[in-house]
Design a protein around this ligand. Sequence first.
Ligand SMILES: [Zn+2]
Length: 409
Amino acid sequence: MDEQGWSFACAACGVTYDASYTDYCARCGSPVLAQRGVRAPDTGPARLPGIWRWAGRLPLDPAQAWLSLGESATPVVAAPTLAKRAGVGQVWLKLDHLNPTGSFKDRAAAAGVAHALRHDAGGVVCASSGNAAASVAAYAARAGVPCVIVVPADVPANKLASLLAYGPTPIAVPGDYSRSFALARELARTLGLTNLATTYVNPHAVAALRTVAFDLVEQVGPRVDWVHVPTASGPLVHGMVQGFRDLCATGEATRLPRTVAVQPEGCAPIAAAFDAGVEWVTAWPQVTTAVSGINDPLEGYEGDGTLTLRELHASGGRALAVSDADILAAQELLAAELGVFVEPAAASSVAGLLTLAGGSVYGPDDTVVCLLTGHGLKTVGSEPARVPVAADLGAAMRVLGPLGPKGRG
Ligand SMILES: [Zn+2]
């Protein structure tokens, strides 16, 4: 069934679904994807806010633009020092952590909650290690629909606090993200909720991630040679690549960027499959990374990883595993040298760039984008700050000592 020229079909077996369907394929368990059959007008009503600006390119109803919180159209900034280190023409940082709730997930949540409203769902449910839950809770609050959030029990305290502010009904599940995801999926079926986990489970949410490509071509230009993407199961990879395909079809983009999915070494199911040269991604046996947000072992939905892997190959890109130490070093570099404070997961894109720098991967004139997906403020520790304490001026003067250039006296 079509929704403004869109159809919804299983990526593996081709079974088609009604636009109201938001789950994996009932026949084979693979992701169901939004596809545009009859090509809709290429631009949405230009004055609409957020992702609704692109309503002509997405399965969105312009009448629901009131739901927008200003998601998408986040800034890009040049990083000439990174370009020099990588030996490329230009490096651009896409500041997607500056979305309304502090992560790129707002793009998907806006579209997903709009879909739930259109189809009179009883509410929404989202399993998330933090960012997606905050996004879904925020848009559900704006829409006035019930929202259940399922989080892994070890989610960072500050991420939890920032999502609870939006007033959802939270449940914590012991174990890795896959356990939370499985429970959320059961709740969706049992309670008639729309599942807005940012795996591939919801085709409307995945389709909304095309807006990253729409932004980049507008902001960086028609030629982007590489995009580095922090990756768990990879709907951001898929959505962005599909968006670039749309732009190539209309002539607005001159090429499909080579896409690099960056994963932490302690949970890298897609990178492991890429390195092994196999077509199928298998679940990661034991998560050992401390990088929250991209520590998804894909247990029970390995097909998500396989779909992402296929898109990476189709783009001429690759998957890459980087160490937690390299991710934290990239996070520190971004904040201390470039003034951009993101969470560790987001910095993995830059860690990937620096890992591949100096090899034969990039061309000297290449234009490279690193997506920065989540804000640093959410992952600042909840322990007491490790800075000197001073109760009054005298104590402060004693703590500070003589001020002068670093390294003296
Ligand atoms: Zn199927």
